[in-house]
Design a protein around this ligand. Structure first.
Ligand code: SF4
Length: 567
């Protein structure tokens, strides 16, 4: 039986793809390996949001190949879509598969493991309509290259993926990539691995983005905005909140990036993950006005389990641009209506929204959050800059006053809500005065945490070719100043919470928690707690906030309720 290992990088959307792929492979009888060194096939599911993310993926390829030279390495994900040739030249890489063809990886692995790999076999397994590209068509000089076969992102943004000085002596893996904008598949499965073993499953309900922020590569590597239909979202949440048996999995989490992540405590993990049993299935879903979709998300019961896990109490809804949820569906549905349906039709105890663009935070949405304790009081809104000229150059569609208005609306209605933002330091043309405007804006608003990114040019984006690129040392210094401000805002927020009584959800304990005799927990307003004692994970505990240190809030369990758990 083929053994496989998925090395995961990137945001929650990419991790959801990895979870779906894992389910597909398990359903085909492949066996998860505990680490890349013992796997016959290693899939690296990459991120390309920054130059650092690219470098991390390349380092990982080299390391895995050195550890396990016999393994076949399949590199997929956003980096594979953006620059397949770069990855194909790395030692040990057998195949590079872009996001456009990610759903075909199980076919590829079948073919690799049975030794039946040929153009004909791949095409025959893939079926006639799925654009599985013949290898012979993958080379630009071939007269038979179909439009979609190699160009993909390169066609959309001509300088994506080019290597300036290709060396023919390097490894040249096969490449499968295509026009991401013509691929409407929605590949997703709830993520149960990684962060604290994901006591809180993450469900991707939206993928892709129709915006064109000038610094962002995501639309070119993830395609058009598309949504998981509401009936399926409801079904997934009903399954996640029902009793279900566990199943071992080997999904690993690499370096997280921020594009859709909201958690300041989101950390890498190499611990084996537990998966909700999910059957890979090709489910027909309602057609939109322009295209039909295929989903890889479905649940089924497992027969391989020996014990049951408790139902999920908190579920995190994620997407690339969640506020655009449902606009591609027919009939169209708004994100807020989806939330109302989830509250009405599922027993989920707490929903958390991973990230939402500021202009999608309406008064109605804030009222919905304020009117229930079943939605976490947590808003993560990308800011990027508070200088209006820089926001214009970024092609962001709001200005600082619009953003400030949203923050104020939230704070007026929910004064204890977490309000977090992404900020980019050193966008091209950013002057000291632009930077100072951003610092001052953040300082005067009730942000509770920041995610700060140092700008790095992404080939193919408009910003990469803008004049006045900011020197690296300046970017570093500005990022440092922003981080210091973010830490000071977080500390201020934690101090303001001392004395309050909060209901928190316990998370898995790691080795240092065991050593220290504490249990980590998370509040609705996104405070990370450290609670004395060994508490089972996935339980509600009422705590009183006592002190805070640099990262977490200490708490004592509330004697007044005479119990530590609501479970
Ligand atoms: S909205 Fe987000 S994902 Fe879409 S282009 Fe802008 S930064 Fe990228």
């Amino acid at each position: 039986m083929t053994t496989f290992f998925i090395q995961q990088f990137g945001c929650r959307a990419t991790q959801a793809d990895g979870a779906a792929l894992e389910r597909q492979l398990l359903d085909r009888g492949c066996t998860p390996a505990p680490d890349p060194a013992s796997a016959a096939i290693v899939v690296l599911n990459t991120c390309t949001v920054t130059a650092a993310a690219d470098a991390q993926a390349r380092d990982s390829v080299r390391k895995i190949h050195a550890q396990n030279p016999a393994a076949r390495l399949i590199v997929t994900g956003c980096y594979a879509q953006r620059a397949p040739e770069e990855l194909a030249s790395l030692p040990g890489v057998t195949w590079v598969v872009g996001n456009s063809h990610k759903p075909q990886i199980p076919n590829l692995i079948d073919a690799l493991s049975t030794g039946s790999l040929s153009e004909a076999s791949i095409n025959s397994q893939a079926g006639p309509s799925n654009n599985f590209v013949p290898t012979a068509a993958l080379f630009p000089d071939s007269p038979d290259v179909p439009f979609h076969s190699f160009v993909g992102a390169q066609f959309i943004a001509p300088h994506l993926g080019k290597i300036s000085n290709p060396d023919d002596s390097l490894n040249h893996a096969n490449i499968l990539t295509g026009d991401i904008f013509s691929h409407p598949e929605f590949l997703s499965a709830p993520i149960q691995g990684g962060e604290s073993h994901h006591t809180r499953p993450i469900l991707k309900i939206q993928d892709g983005c129709n915006n064109r922020c000038s610094f962002c590569i995501i639309p070119f590597v993830r395609g058009k905005s598309r949504s998981l239909p509401p009936d399926q979202v409801i079904r997934e949440i009903q399954k996640l909140t029902a009793e279900h048996p566990p199943e071992p999995a080997n999904l690993k989490v690499g370096q997280p990036i921020l594009a859709v992540s909201s958690s300041t405590s989101f950390t890498s993990s190499t611990s084996p993950a537990r998966e909700i049993p999910v059957a890979q299935a090709l489910l027909p879903v309602p057609a939109s006005s322009s295209t039909s979709f295929t989903s890889f998300t479905s649940f089924t019961s497992s027969t391989s389990s020996t014990s049951s896990t408790s139902p999920a109490r908190e579920i995190v809804l994620s997407g690339i641009n969640l506020g655009t949820y449902g606009r591609d569906l027919f009939p169209r549905i708004e994100f807020i209506d989806l939330l109302r349906r989830i509250l009405d039709e599922t027993p989920v105890e707490r929903l958390r929204i991973s990230s939402i663009e500021p202009l999608d935070v309406t008064q109605d949405l804030i009222d919905l959050f304020a009117g229930t304790d079943r939605i976490a009081q947590h808003f993560h809104m990308p800011l990027q800059s508070a200088s209006d000229p820089i926001l214009a150059a970024m092609h962001r569609w709001y200005r600082s006053e619009h953003y400030a208005r949203r923050v104020q609306l939230i704070h007026d209605r929910l004064p204890n809500a977490a309000i977090g933002a992404d900020v980019i330091a050193g966008f091209p043309g950013e002057t000291e005065s632009d930077h100072a405007a951003t610092l001052s804006f953040i300082d005067r608003l009730p942000f509770t945490y920041l995610h700060v990114f140092s700008y790095s040019p992404r080939p193919g984006t408009k910003a990469a070719s803008l004049p006045d690129q900011v020197p690296a040392t300046t970017i570093k210094r500005r990022a440092r100043e922003l981080r210091a401000l973010g830490e000071s805002k977080s500390a201020h927020f934690r101090r303001a919470q001392i004395g309050r009584t909060l209901r928190v959800l316990t998370l898995h304990r790691n080795a240092s928690d065991e050593r220290d005799g504490v249990t980590p927990a998370l509040s609705s307003n996104y405070l990370s707690f450290s609670i004395p004692g060994n508490h089972p994970h996935n339980r509600w505990i009422e705590v009183e906030v006592t002190t805070n240190d640099s990262a977490t809030v200490s708490a004592s369990t509330n004697d007044r309720i005479g119990a530590t758990s609501f479970a």
